[in-house]
Design a protein around this ligand. Structure first.
Ligand code: MN
Length: 320
C-alpha cells in the first residue's frame, strides 16, 4: 500500500473508528468514517476491518463483506480536471494521474494555452468539445475551444455528478496578486460558483519541467486534506520546486509592479511586454513567503470580496 494511505488509515485508527487487521483481498474499497460519511479510496493489496468496542461483530462482518464495497461503488468521488495551460500540458497529465487514486476522473481542458485569462467566459460563440489529441491512461479526456472557466462550466454540465474540480498543475506559481489574473484559479472559482469544491494547484518551472515525482507525496497530502474538508470551499495550493513541508497561508497582497517593457518587433513596429514584479518582500505566513521557504502553501479563499470592516464602519458612521 502506498505510504499516503498508510498515513490516512493510521489517522483513522487514532480517531478510534476501526482497526485494521490481517488481509481481506479486494480490488478497490471505500471506507465510511463515523457519522460523517467521508470516503477514502484504498488501493488494495488486501486488508480487513475489525470495529472498535461498541460496535457489534455482526455489523463489522456486514461492513467488510457487503456495505463498504457497495458504498464504494455508489459513492466514488467524481473529479473533473482542467487547467489554463491547455490539453498538452504535462502538469495536466500529472494531476489526472494522481487524481485517479482518489476517484473517477474526467479531463476537460482548453485546446490552447489560456494562462492569465482570468475568469473570462465565452458568450459570443458556441463551444466545441473534442476528444483529447493526447492519451490520459484510460481517462476520458476532452479539449474545448474556450477558457478555463468555460471548461469547468462545460465539464460540470456534461458530468453532473462532479464533486470537485481540480485545476492545474499550473506550470508557474499563482501566489499573491497573480490570483487576480490566474486562469488556473478561475477554473476553481467557477467550480465554486456552480456549487462544487474548487482546488487550484500550481508550481514553478525551472530548467524545463517541474519534478512531478518529487511533488507527488505533497500533492497527495494536500488533496487528502482538502477532499476531507466539509462543504464546497475554494483552495489555492502552490508547490515550491522542491518542497520541505506544507502549511496554511493567506494571500500576499503587497503591491506589485505591473511594468510595461517596450520593444520592437522584427518589422520595427513597437510592441510591449507586461511584466509583474513584487515591490516588497513577502510577509511571514503568506503564500509568497511559504514558497520562498520551500513550503507547500494552501490558502483558503472566498468569492465574497466585501470589505466587512469598511462596510460596518460606513453603516455605523455614514448611514445613507
Ligand atoms: Mn498557466
Amino acid at each position: 500500500m502506498p505510504r499516503i494511505w498508510h498515513k490516512t488509515l493510521f489517522k483513522l485508527l487514532k480517531k478510534g473508528h476501526f482497526a485494521l487487521l490481517g488481509h481481506f483481498p479486494m480490488a478497490h474499497m471505500y471506507v465510511k468514517i463515523g457519522q460523517n460519511c467521508h470516503f477514502y479510496a484504498i488501493p488494495a493489496d488486501g486488508f480487513r476491518f475489525e470495529m472498535k468496542p461498541g460496535t457489534t461483530s455482526a455489523f463489522a462482518t456486514h461492513a467488510c463483506t457487503h456495505q463498504w464495497h457497495n458504498l464504494g461503488e455508489a459513492n466514488s468521488m467524481r473529479i473533473l480536471i482542467t487547467n489554463d495551460d491547455g490539453i498538452y500540458s504535462p502538469g495536466l497529465a500529472a494531476l489526472a494521474h494522481i487524481a485517479k487514486q482518489f476517484g473517477d476522473v474526467v479531463v476537460v481542458a482548453p485546446d490552447a494555452e489560456q494562462s492569465s485569462m482570468g475568469h473570462a467566459v465565452t458568450h459570443s460563440r458556441p463551444l466545441s468539445l473534442r476528444t483529447s489529441p493526447v492519451p490520459f491512461e484510460g481517462i476520458e479526456a476532452f479539449r474545448v475551444n474556450g477558457t478555463p472557466a468555460d471548461c469547468t462550466a462545460l465539464g460540470t454540465h456534461l458530468y453532473s455528478q462532479i464533486d470537485v474540480v481540480l485545476s492545474g498543475i499550473n506550470m508557474g506559481l499563482n501566489v499573491g496578486n497573480s490570483m487576480w489574473h490566474s486562469g488556473t484559479l478561475a477554473a476553481a472559482k467557477q467550480a465554486v460558483l456552480l456549487g462544487k469544491k474548487g482546488i487550484a494547484l500550481s508550481t514553478p518551472v525551472k530548467n524545463g519541467y517541474p519534478k512531478f515525482d518529487l511533488l507527488q507525496p505533497y500533492i497527495n497530502q494536500a488533496l487528502e486534506i482538502l477532499f476531507q474538508s466539509p462543504g464546497v470551499g475554494l483552495w489555492n495550493v502552490n508547490f515550491p520546486f522542491e518542497p520541505k513541508d506544507i502549511i496554511w497561508t493567506r494571500q500576499s497582497v503587497r503591491q506589485y509592479d505591473g511594468t510595461i517593457v517596450p520593444g520592437l518587433d522584427p518589422n520595427g513596429a513597437k510592441h510591449y511586454w507586461f511584466t509583474v514584479t513584487p515591490l516588497a518582500p513577502a510577509e511571514e505566513g503568506t503564500d509568497r513567503w511559504a514558497i520562498e521557504h520551500d513550503l507547500v502553501s494552501i490558502t483558503p479563499l472566498r468569492l465574497d470580496l466585501t470589505d466587512e470592516k469598511e462596510l460596518e464602519r460606513r453603516q455605523v458612521h455614514q448611514p445613507i
